[in-house]
Design a protein around this ligand. Structure first.
Ligand SMILES: Cc1cc2nc3c(=O)[nH]c(=O)nc-3n(C[C@H](O)[C@H](O)[C@H](O)COP(=O)(O)O)c2cc1C
Length: 140
């Protein structure tokens, strides 16, 4: 069960951009949570999303709730927000409650109105790609 999958939820397309960059690097199609993604047996699932009022998008939370834990071995979170202070904590909690191990999380800045304009920038996207490649190479 070594397949890698990528799911993203996005309001302002930062997560889409990050997820697609990771997908290109890992040769995996990034799937939008709003387009009824299908997950087969998955060794490592990347969950990419922003934070809105401190929370993940409801569609992502619903998707994680509905996931078949028997099919997913582990997950890694890639989170963008304007403050960078919080992660996808609710997603993490739901995964852990299902017995899906969260191996790591990376946070990057995403702009909101005039705050953190230009983010996620090239450097942050490269960081996210390197983070994902390192986990994929480890085979977790
Ligand atoms: C409606 C809305 C609410 C947001 N609330 C927060 C927040 O509570 N904390 C934070 O750090 N960033 C907040 N942000 C910033 C987003 O988390 C950030 O822009 C993120 O990169 C968005 O990802 P996306 O483009 O994939 O939707 C908010 C953005 C929007 C549009």
């Amino acid at each position: 069960m070594n397949e890698i999958n990528i799911i993203y939820a996005t309001m302002t397309k930062h997560s889409k951009k990050i997820a697609e960059a990771v997908g290109t690097a890992l040769k995996v199609k990034a799937q939008n949570v709003k387009e009824s993604p299908v997950l087969g047996e998955t060794g490592l699932l990347f969950i990419v999303g922003g934070l809105y009022g401190g929370e993940s998008m409801p569609e992502m939370l619903e998707f994680v709730k509905s996931m078949d834990a028997a099919k997913i071995k582990s997950a890694a979170l890639i989170t963008s927000s304007v403050s960078n202070k919080k992660g996808q904590d609710s997603v993490r909690k739901l995964l852990e409650e299902k017995g899906i191990k969260v191996v790591n999380e990376i946070r990057c800045f995403g702009n909101f109105t005039v705050v953190k304009l230009g983010h996620p920038n090239k450097t942050e996207i490269s960081r996210a790609v390197d983070f994902a490649k390192a986990l994929a190479d480890k085979g977790v």
